[in-house]
Write a protein that binds this ligand. Structure first.
Ligand code: 5RP
Length: 220
């Protein structure tokens, strides 16, 4: 079964969690793309969706699913998103698609966070994937030096501007044994908008598409 097949299956499985909600938040990425396709079949039951990126907004509009402003709808019952890496404690690295800031805002404003991912994303220790850090442009060099001092290897994501007009530093060489501590510490570097560690607010449920065709469910 290909990675795309696994993403599609897990996206379908997430629909079960959308039975009793009329508004939800949605992340960004290829797994979420499959979820939006599945969601469009039940869109008549929804008032709309809070989107985490321009890319997701375009996909929702293409499916004629109303896109709502988070400020207009208040706390959300549910947020569905993918991850670049996730542990069994449901802490994640996110931001491969560069949408980490809006994703973190919607996750924080949601009662339940369901992560949908294929089996390859499950890790024992976070840090094999680079850790995306969104940075205010004038702070790029300063933040880069601070990340180097902390043992990371920051690399500017080429030709990429976030939906918020900022830059992304992808930080390599991290073996993240204390994700909560690192998230708080990196967040505190002046010029950092968001760090793509989701440990202070982990997922509540992980739906994992397994290569044997099954879905493993891990709850916090
Ligand atoms: C985007 C993200 C995505 O959830 C993450 O990159 C996983 O993407 P995909 O579903 O394409 O593997 O954090 O900012």
């Amino acid at each position: 079964m290909s990675s795309d097949d696994l993403k599609k299956r897990v996206a379908e499985a997430a629909l079960e969690y959308v039975q009793d909600v009329d508004v939800l938040g949605i992340g960004t990425g290829s797994t979420v793309g499959y979820f939006i396709a599945a969601l469009s079949r039940i869109k008549h039951r929804l008032d709309g969706v809070v989107s985490s990126s321009e890319a997701t907004t375009h996909q929702l509009q293409a499916c004629k699913i109303p896109v709502l402003d988070l400020n207009a709808v208040g706390p959300l019952p549910l947020y569905v998103d993918g991850a670049d890496e996730i542990t069994r404690h449901l802490q994640m690295i996110k931001g491969g698609g560069g949408a980490l800031t809006r994703e973190k805002i919607i996750a924080a404003a949601s009662e339940q966070f369901i992560c949908i991912a294929d089996q390859s994303k499950l890790v024992d220790v976070l840090g094999t994937s680079p850790l995306p850090v969104e940075v205010i442009p004038m702070a790029r060099s300063h933040v880069g030096r601070e990340l180097l001092r902390r043992g990371g290897q920051p690399v500017l994501r080429e030709n990429f501007i976030t939906d918020n007009g900022n830059l992304i530093l992808d930080v390599y060489n991290l073996h993240i044994l204390e994700p909560v501590k690192m998230e708080a510490e990196f967040n505190n570097i002046a010029g950092v908008v968001t760090v793509g560690l989701f440990a202070l607010r982990p997922a509540d449920v992980l739906l994992l598409g397994m290569v044997d065709g099954g879905i493993e469910t891990i709850r916090s």
